[in-house]
Ligand binder design. Structure first.
Ligand code: HEM
Length: 161
């Protein structure tokens, strides 16, 4: 957490929240903790892709499971924003926190900008320190959220000279 905060603080000004590192942090967060764990589609016609799937079948597309697969992401459980820099971009259909296709998230571009602005604004002014002893879990309630309070000590960030 400390390294992440320092790097965001050093690398980013509000003007430059387009910074690569900020994008990578957000992309990696969505990979490990996609707020929508998956979606479903109904096949309009019979599909044959390894298996025969009859028309009218509901197919579940688990973004959460796909983005944690070793075959697509090296050390999948490690939070490593720079994996997106090392041209380790996942195969197209392994990473889809905003879903894909005609009914994908209409707010994707807005969400990407909004999240970076909030991240930058917060970390520029504040220092967050995880309150020890808490268990970090995820709760799926249509969208995913922390299962507990996620308590932090918050102090004002002191600018280093
Ligand atoms: C990190 C933030 C967000 C994530 C991860 C996310 C994820 C998703 C996903 C996975 C879907 C597809 C659901 C499906 O397949 O049925 C979706 C749909 C949608 N999202 Fe988002 N979303 C986010 C933010 C937003 C924002 C900020 C807005 C609006 C400003 C928005 C508006 C919508 C709408 C309207 C749909 C329905 C699109 C349709 O059915 O054609 N989303 N979102």
């Amino acid at each position: 957490m400390k390294t992440l905060q320092n790097r965001v603080h050093d690398a980013v000004t509000v003007k430059s929240c387009n910074s690569h590192f900020c994008r990578q942090v957000f992309k990696e967060t969505l990979r490990l903790c996609p707020p929508v764990i998956g979606t479903a589609r109904t096949t309009p016609e019979e599909l044959c892709a390894g298996h025969r799937i009859p028309a009218g079948t509901m197919v579940l597309l688990p973004a959460f499971v796909m983005s944690r697969q070793e075959q697509f992401f090296k050390d999948p459980l490690t939070f490593d924003p720079e994996r997106f820099q090392r041209n380790e971009d996942s195969p197209l259909y392994a990473y889809f926190p905003f879903s894909m296709g005609a009914r994908s998230c209409i707010g994707q571009q807005f969400a990407l900008i909004e999240a970076r602005v909030v991240l930058v604004k917060l970390f520029q002014k504040l220092h967050l320190k995880w309150v020890p002893g808490q268990k970090l879990g995820m709760l799926d309630r249509l969208t995913v959220r922390p299962s507990s309070q996620c308590l932090h000590y918050i102090t004002e960030r002191v600018k280093s000279a």
